[in-house]
Design a binder for this molecule. Structure first.
Ligand code: NAD
Length: 293
């Protein structure tokens, strides 16, 4: 049994923390939203008053926050974790953030005697609930091996991508592809529906054909085709449009710095932006199926 602190108990963090509780660990946690804290407490989690209390006495501290500035705010500065936690605590940031920020926070952690890894995830809320996430890890080999038994309680595939920041770089590439695939799958389904096809029949056939992909097979964006996905729950929960937009922003920014060509990534960014500006930012990203353009 380890003492684990978990900060950010949202759509992903809460089910991940619950899997650590199920594995018999003592888990304390903090979030800004009371309903999330209540759900965590009901499952046996220890709710703390703030992030520094969560980190107190923890063997491992995991953060699962929305974006780069939340992670900087949590770890850096006089009130941040690096100034207040015990350097023996292994730090694991699972948020999807800029690779540069991940490197900078890990370097600041190292300067204070901490070991830190970036470990963003793929697999969605269903993967978080089932404990089948894929972790893309950046950091020193020894740190990754220390973290592995904990990550294995939340995920099925744990990949060491390279040095600090490498996990985030893999995640940025993956999510650019995911955002593009969701748009492509939505377009194909809409075209079929416009021709009078049943979207379920069309999906079944494409799933066994060369258009097969994760968004079609496991996260179908057309309501009614699949149970237990956001499209069948009015696009509630899941992975928000604004989070996808953030990730496409990270991809395009990264590509521009390196002069890498990502025209589809840029177009996807524009389309999700249009969708967000139409008031859909908090819906699941598969709601882009309804994009009017
Ligand atoms: P979310 O918005 O549901 O959860 C984030 C939580 O962090 C919220 O509950 C918020 O209250 C909390 N929070 C923000 N600032 C805080 C602070 N200073 N202290 C404590 N809590 C704080 O987001 P999510 O869907 O759980 O995503 C989290 C991260 O995981 C994001 O970086 C996202 O890109 C990534 N991700 C999400 C999915 C998905 O399917 N939802 C999949 C893979 C990766």
């Amino acid at each position: 049994m380890m003492k684990i602190g978990f900060i950010g108990l949202g759509n992903m963090g809460l089910p991940m923390a619950l899997n650590l509780l199920k594995a018999g660990h003592q888990v304390s946690g903090f979030d800004l939203v009371k309903s999330q804290l209540d759900a965590f407490a009901n499952a046996g989690g220890i709710v703390t008053a703030n992030a520094n209390d969560t980190a107190k006495d923890a063997d491992v501290l995991i953060s699962m926050l929305p974006a780069s500035h939340h992670v900087e705010g949590l770890y850096l500065g006089d009130t941040g974790l690096l100034a207040n936690a015990n350097p023996k605590t292994l730090l694991i940031d699972c948020s999807t953030i800029s690779p540069k920020v991940a490197q900078a926070v890990a370097a600041a952690a190292k300067a204070k005697g901490f070991v830190m890894i970036d470990a963003p995830v793929s697999g969605g809320t269903a993967g978080a609930q089932a404990g089948t996430l894929t972790f893309m890890v950046g950091g020193a080999v020894g740190a990754v091996e220390c973290a592995r038994p904990i990550l294995e309680r939340m995920g099925k595939n744990i990949f060491h991508a390279g040095a600090n920041g490498a996990g985030q770089t893999v995640k940025v590439c993956n999510n650019m592809l995911l955002g593009i695939q969701m748009l492509g799958t939505s377009e194909a389904l809409r075209l079929g529906i416009a021709n009078g096809l049943d979207p379920k029949v069309l999906s079944d056939i494409m799933t066994k054909s060369s258009g097969r992909n994760w968004t079609l097979e496991l996260y179908n964006p057309c309501p009614g085709v699949m149970e237990n996905v956001p499209s069948s729950k009015e696009y509630a929960g899941g992975f928000g449009v604004d989070l996808m937009l953030k990730d496409l922003g990270l991809a395009v920014e990264n590509a521009e710095k390196l002069d890498a060509s990502v025209p589809l990534g840029k177009l996807a960014q524009q389309l999700y932006e249009t969708h967000s500006k139409a008031g859909n930012g908090q819906l699941d990203f598969s709601s882009v199926f309804n994009l009017k353009k």
